[in-house]
Write a protein that binds this ligand. Structure first.
Ligand code: ATP
Ligand code: MG
Length: 585
């Protein structure tokens, strides 16, 4: 979408963004200054089991951002070690999303590219007496594990010989045993205060077809093992992840250190055979706090349920916090990056107010979106002193603060559509818009007055008839007198009918994850979050290309729908209102 928006001026030293100084960037600076690394390498490691959401955007902006700022590189690695939940549809969407945010990866990798190397690493651990095949069931493993106050107990299979372990592991790999009957476990310390170190499983049996490796593997590595070794194999210098992995870091380090790819070329030969470079760094895991936003659910499981239960119109429903949804809503890559910058990076868990996200979009679109006029809830105003069929063209600037946006022509006529809420028969106190007998400035067209209010049989106002002061046209002396309000309009004869989707927050409460009242997030869906109306656009808005954003004057920022909009049948989504008007919850 950025192509459609007005290009912004190149960053000069005076307006270049301030250098970011969060604790992770400080570590990177020090590691480069001390010569610990000559170049840095990061990675973004999504599991292709769903669409990316705005929380992932924080991680993407961090990993790719740091690589860019410090002349390093960032890999995109699909963490595809759990074949049951993965799908090529997600693999494609994730790549689309990362590119849309404005980033390009150094290399595209899959954890499954390393299955052979992982396997050899596991055999090495067995040979070194650091891993064993365990026959305990999942339930028994839990019982042996102990808890935070009690140490665990050693598995009765812990002292199997290297030969027996190798034989059993090879037979696991050959597919001899059913799912769940055996695991390969790291032999670390069942009495460790850190439960992650109590002989964690590193391989499990799973006779499930994999989207990348087909039926080649009946066993799959566990996340901690695969993730640590994947980082090492790619030469990642800084492995950035969210805080819940802090307690996993000792296991991460244990895997990297005990496998030690750097001193065992046989282990990395499978990569060389695939034409991949042989790299073996000691990556450092650093944790940061995950993004949480109120009025939103971010768990992939819940987002999936919203889609499969048809509570929203798909993964790219403009109310979804997915990147596909936000994109369709009219969020731009620049707005997403600005949001990530505002949220910052720290180790403190926090809840970000939804208005911070909306504010970032307003700020970006204020300078990037051309202005147009559109009437969302139309009421006809007939200027009876103009001749029937009167038509003329007025010139408007496309942006009030930036002349480089140029101007456009806008037709004006005897019959106009104005916003219904800009007229009040009985005005409330402080009203500055149209009333019977009162005057109003029609944006860029002169001063009008309402003389007659036409109603239907039920008493609803269906039309206003009035007068355009012929001495008040733009540039004339009469235009200078004081009139309280200015309203927008479109020429009824020239306007193009449009479907306008008025979106609002998907949930009506701050914390839809709260189940303390016996409710779930499903009960907190905001029934007002999607209203579809028919409005009227000036022709220069109707002719937009999909994903083009405008400010519709006085009503908000709108985007031409990515999929449904055509110039002949325009469809616009409200991205955000002009001001924060949220009150519920
Ligand atoms: P799960 O692993 O349960 O499927 P996940 O949210 O961890 O869900 P991943 O695909 O594994 O999803 O995430 C990829 C990367 O994005 C990880 O490095 C993860 O830490 C990061 N990430 C995910 N959610 C957030 C969030 N809310 N804030 C910041 N980073 C996040
Ligand atoms: Mg994850």
């Amino acid at each position: 979408m950025s192509e459609n928006l007005h290009p912004t001026a190149d960053a000069t030293p005076e307006n270049a963004p301030a250098e970011k100084r969060d604790f992770i960037r400080q570590i990177v600076r020090e590691d480069l200054a001390s010569g610990k690394h000559t170049a840095i390498k990061t990675r973004f490691p999504p599991e292709p089991n769903g669409y990316l959401h705005i929380g992932h955007a924080k991680s993407i902006c961090l990993n790719f951002g740091i690589a860019g700022e410090f002349s390093g590189v960032c890999n995109l690695r699909f963490d595809d070690t759990n074949p049951a939940r993965e799908d090529p549809e997600y693999v494609a969407a994730i790549q689309d999303d990362v590119r849309w945010l404005g980033f390009e990866w150094n290399e595209l990798r899959h954890a499954s590219d390393y299955f052979e190397a992982y396997y050899l690493a596991a055999e090495k651990l067995i040979r070194d007496g650091k891993a064993f095949v365990c026959d305990l069931s999942a339930e028994e493993v839990r019982a042996y594990r102990g808890n935070l106050t009690e140490p665990g107990r050693n598995s009765p299979y812990r002292e199997r010989s290297v030969e027996e372990n190798l034989d059993l592991f090879r037979r696991m790999r050959a597919g001899e045993f059913p799912d769940g009957t055996r695991t390969l476990r790291a032999k670390i310390d069942m009495a460790s205060g850190n439960i992650n170190l109590r002989d964690p499983a590193i391989y499990r049996i799973k006779h499930v077809e994999h989207q990348n490796t087909g039926n080649a593997w009946p066993i799959y590595p566990m996340y901690d093992f695969a993730h640590a070794l994947g980082d090492a194999l790619e030469g990642i210098t800084h492995s950035l992840c969210t805080l819940e992995f802090e307690d996993h870091r000792p296991l991460y380090d244990w895997c990297v250190d005990n496998v030690d790819f750097a001193h065992d070329d046989a282990l990395t030969q499978p990569l060389v055979d695939k034409g991949l470079p042989r790299e073996a760094a000691k990556p450092r895991q650093i944790e940061f706090s995950r993004l949480n936003i109120n009025y939103t659910v971010m768990s992939k499981r819940k987002l999936m349920a919203l889609v499969t239960e048809n509570l929203v119109d798909g993964w790219d429903d403009p109310r979804m916090p997915t990147l596909q949804g936000l994109r369709r809503r009219g969020y731009t890559p620049a707005a997403m990056r600005l949001f990530a910058e505002r949220v910052g990076i720290s180790k403190q868990n926090s809840l970000i107010d939804f208005s911070v996200l909306e504010g970032a979009l307003r700020e970006v679109l204020d300078s990037a979106a051309p202005r147009r006029m559109a009437v969302i809830d139309p009421l006809k105003l007939v200027l009876t002193n103009l001749p029937e069929g009167h038509a003329e063209t007025l010139t408007f600037s496309n942006h009030p603060k930036d002349e480089s946006f140029g101007t456009r022509e806008m037709p004006f006529g005897r019959e106009l559509w104005i916003e219904r809420e800009d007229f009040a028969e009985v005005p409330p106190k402080g009203w500055k818009r149209l009333v019977p007998g009162g005057e109003i400035r029609l944006r860029g067209a002169g001063i009008a007055r309402v003389d007659e209010v036409i109603k239907d049989a039920d008493g609803n106002v269906v039309e206003l008839r009035g007068w355009l002061d012929p001495e008040s046209r733009p540039g004339m002396e009469g235009a200078n007198r004081k009139v309280k309000g200015t309203i927008h309009w479109v020429s009824a004869q020239h306007a193009v009918e449009a479907e306008i989707r008025l979106y609002d927050r998907l949930f009506s409460v701050q914390n839809p994850d709260d189940e303390s009242e016996g409710k779930t997030y499903r009960d907190y869906l905001n029934p007002e979050s999607r209203k579809v109306v028919t409005g009227y656009l000036e022709p220069a808005a109707a002719s937009a290309t999909p994903e083009q954003s405008f400010q519709f004057e006085r009503t908000g920022y709108f985007v031409a729908d990515r999929h449904d909009h055509t110039a002949a049948k325009p469809v616009f989504n409200r991205s955000v209102t002009l001001r924060d008007t949220w009150t519920a919850g």
